[in-house]
Design a protein around this ligand. Sequence first.
Ligand code: FAQ
Length: 315
Amino acid sequence: LNAAESGLFDDLIEADQRIEPRDEMPEAYRQTLIRQIAQHAHSEIIGMQPEGNWITRAPSLRRKAILMAKVQDEAGHGLYLYSAAETLGVDRAELLDRLHSGKQKYSSIFNYPTLTWADCGAIGWLVDGAAIMNQVPLCRCSYGPYARAMIRVCKEESFHQRQGFEILWTLMRGTEEQQEMAQDAANRWWWPSLMMFGPPDTGEAAQGGHTEQSMAWGIKRFSNDDLRQKFVDMMVPQAEKLGLVLPDPELRWNEERGHYDFGPIDWDEFWRVLKGDGPCNAERLTHRRAAHEEGAWVREAATAYAAKQAARERR
Ligand code: FAQ
């Protein structure tokens, strides 16, 4: 009996219950989750690079300690997510191969450079802010292991967002040069952070996409456009508090809609970056492949150690 025939899967989804690793599930549901969770894991791992680039240059010991902890959290999220993907019957080494060979994506946002210290503030504030907006609903995702992983990840992301806000807050209360640095970072990261939510679900710029099916399965709880709108609505007042001007002349409150209107997103840029032609795509993948190769001995040693421990326990 397959999942579709037993009807159990549909009943569980209908009742908004969780699907667990040993439950029967349609193959397409399994593959969608592997794709999304793996790409999410890849994003966390690749996402260590833009900020990692600033650990040696953070402006104080305090900032350095915080940044190291944050980047380490990102590694933890990646490992956590690879484990969640493995519950679907795929091997972590295979997923890493798919990342290294370019068969699987990671978030577009990590293909942009971190040019100044203020970029670490903008990443925490905007990129982690967008990540939280997208991931809080995933705590209610229909697949149990992914949903549970998201609870801890979201707690840590909230801390990350506040540390980003605080970096920008400090810069905006500093010298004129520091304020300009913060404004420049906000200018460069604003539009790419809106692209993090994915392409539009409907309208001219939509290109098929997975939203409808993923929402029917309870994987996604909101459309890309709805989450993007919630993000804009959350960020405009925060920008005002910081004293930053968001780089969109069309950004204004729409009384009728009860939301902020915003200008058109450059979807050509988004698809270009996805195809590999962003400012840092090549650099990010080259760095990741090298780290993987240089880490081979660590994996070998850990495997040998685990085998020894297991043999000892059997004795
Ligand atoms: N970048 O039909 P949809 C973080 C692809 S947060 C690249 O909408 P879906 C934390 C999409 O894969 C960032 N590709 O697809 C952190 C699909 O292509 P495919 C990661 C994108 O899956 C912060 C095609 O476009 N967060 O890392 C993007 O239903 C700071 C059509 O799109 C997650 O992954 C994009 N922005 O919805 C770390 C959250 N958008 O796969 C360090 C979980 C779309 O058919 C520092 N993922 N595509 O070849 C999700 O919620 C969903 O997968 C979406 C996309 C919403 C990202």
